[in-house]
Design a protein around this ligand. Structure first.
Ligand code: MN
Length: 258
């Protein structure tokens, strides 16, 4: 089994180091990850400046680009082979609910999925890397289970996995859950720069709004590893008919106005 590892916290982050150390015992693994922290870069690709690949002292390749850039160039020429699985993380902090839209960790995994490779995004709930080795062992266990069930090499899938910061023996079994929702983000933070200009800092993510039973928020709060299968089609299928009817009326109104 050949695994491509990436992340969004940068190639030197403890989360990707722990994931590499855990997975290299069960697979051929290569790391291609961003040089800098690229959290919240989602699926962004760098189109207007060149990308450079270098190898760090730890052996990992790093790129002056986004998580999606890393996986994209790895799969379209850099590796020279097709990996069986793309694994992203382990992220410094949860990627639950709406986080998945912004997450560079999910973005890296999604890039693999878009190229037809099964992919998993791993995140640890609390920032700070407490019990990161336990999280890496859990990640390895999940990868091994996927391999044993022959899900790797079959049709592609995309999984988002969040792991509580607990000692290995205290982490509860995997639950498959839907994404919850967050409230809107906190207000923007302003400061005055040394040159007297106003600086704006994006505020923190909002607290959970939908954390009902069955959501990722609920199950991780109870100590479970949570797995959410993701899809990429953003179409609002439930409202296709409604919008078709509405658009038909709009067309009529627009013609009358002319
Ligand atoms: Mn991150």
């Amino acid at each position: 089994m050949k695994i491509l590892i990436s992340n969004d916290d940068g190639f030197q982050a403890p989360g990707i180091v722990a994931l590499y150390e855990a997975l290299k015992t069960v697979a051929e693994v290569e790391v291609v990850a961003p040089e800098q922290n690229n959290s919240a870069k989602s699926n962004a690709l760098t189109l207007h400046s060149p990308l450079y690949v270098n190898r760090g002292a730890n052996g990992f390749r790093y790129v002056n680009g986004t998580p999606a850039d890393c996986v994209h160039i790895a799969l379209t020429g850099l590796l020279g082979y097709r990996p069986d699985l793309v694994v992203s993380g382990i992220n410094n902090g949860a990627n639950m609910g709406d986080d998945t839209i912004y997450s560079g960790t999910v973005g890296a995994a999604m890039e693999g999925y878009l190229f037809g490779v099964p992919a998993i995004a791993f995140s640890q709930i609390d920032k700070g890397w407490v019990h990161i080795d336990a999280a890496a062992l859990k990640a390895r266990e999940i990868v091994q289970q996927m391999a044993q069930q022959q899900l790797i090499g079959a049709a592609p899938w995309l999984l988002n996995v969040n792991i509580p910061n607990l000692p290995l023996e205290a982490i509860k079994p995997v639950k498959v859950c839907r994404l919850g929702r967050r409230h809107s983000a906190e207000s923007v933070i302003t400061q005055v720069s040394p040159r007297g200009e106003t600086m704006y800092w994006i505020g923190a993510a909002g607290p959970a709004k939908d954390e009902a039973e069955g959501t990722d928020f609920h199950a991780t709060a109870h100590g479970h590893v949570v797995m959410t299968p993701l899809k990429v089609d953003l179409t609002d299928h439930d409202h296709l008919r409604y919008w078709a009817q509405t658009a038909a009326h709009l067309g009529g109104a627009a013609q009358k106005a002319v």
